[in-house]
Write a protein that binds this ligand. Structure first.
Ligand SMILES: [Zn+2]
Length: 247
């Protein structure tokens, strides 16, 4: 039996899911320019791929929800093909999906996010969802596993070395490396204002997309899937804290 929520019948759900499977993954992304070389759906394709690998490993224990494909991306909305929805809409949408799944016995929900601009809205959605008896984890793969990723790539970035490498593994048919670019400008602060985005996101890129390779992408995908498996095991064994001596 597939563990994609939308491929089950209501009869499957009653007989095989309710009371047995308590963990679901919600992939969340964005439709936006990714350099001149990666597809507009990059932020959807990467989380969907990670989720698909997990579905193969934990077929009896997790469900994959239909993804939330539209995100909050005002900074990139000037680029042809980008589609941004407001943060409040995204928050409300994810919140209601989260509250909905709890009703069907999900008590571990993973928001597997592919887009940085979504983070604020998702944080707020999480606070609302956990009014119900459920644990919600947000994973931003390029941030949460940054230290490990930087053992594989020299840098990271939007349509940069790490994300482009992942796309060369996940959906090589949609990547056009001949149009990849390097943006040398990195802001010193978390800052917005006139002209800032143009520079920060020159060519809709941060970092260096040119140095991406499929081999690096394979390593990153392997690492992320392994880390997500660790997360699942820790949720199930309630091993969610580590001790620290230095604050
Ligand atoms: Zn992206």
């Amino acid at each position: 039996m597939s563990m994609y929520w939308d491929q089950l019948t209501t009869k499957n759900f009653l007989e095989e899911i309710v009371g047995r499977v308590d963990t679901a993954i919600l992939p969340i992304g964005s439709i936006e320019a990714h350099g001149q070389h990666c597809p507009l759906g990059t932020d959807n394709m990467a989380p969907a791929y990670f989720a698909a690998q997990l579905e193969k490993i934990y077929r009896d224990r997790i469900l994959i929800l239909p993804p939330v494909a539209y995100g909050y991306t005002p900074d990139l909305s000037v680029w042809p093909g980008s589609l941004s929805i407001s943060a409040s809409v995204l928050q409300q949408y994810v919140q209601e999906i989260g509250q909905g799944v709890v009703k069907w016995g999900i008590n571990n929900l993973i928001l597997l996010n592919g887009h940085g601009g979504n983070i604020g809205a998702l944080q707020a959605a999480m606070d609302a969802i956990v009014q119900e008896p459920v644990r919600v984890v947000m994973i931003n793969w390029w941030l949460d596993y940054s230290t490990q990723i930087l053992t594989i790539t020299r840098g990271q970035g939007h349509a940069g070395e790490d994300e482009t490498s992942v796309m060369l593994k996940v959906a090589p048919e949609w990547v056009h490396m001949e149009h990849a670019s390097f943006n040398p400008f990195r802001p010193r602060y978390r800052i917005k204002g006139p002209g800032i985005s143009d520079k920060r996101l020159r060519n809709a890129t941060t970092g260096d997309g040119r140095s991406a390779t499929k081999e690096k992408g394979e390593k990153i995908v392997e690492l992320i899937v392994k880390e997500l498996a660790v997360l699942l095991e820790r949720l199930w064994s309630d091993d969610l804290f580590e001790r620290t001596d230095n604050g």
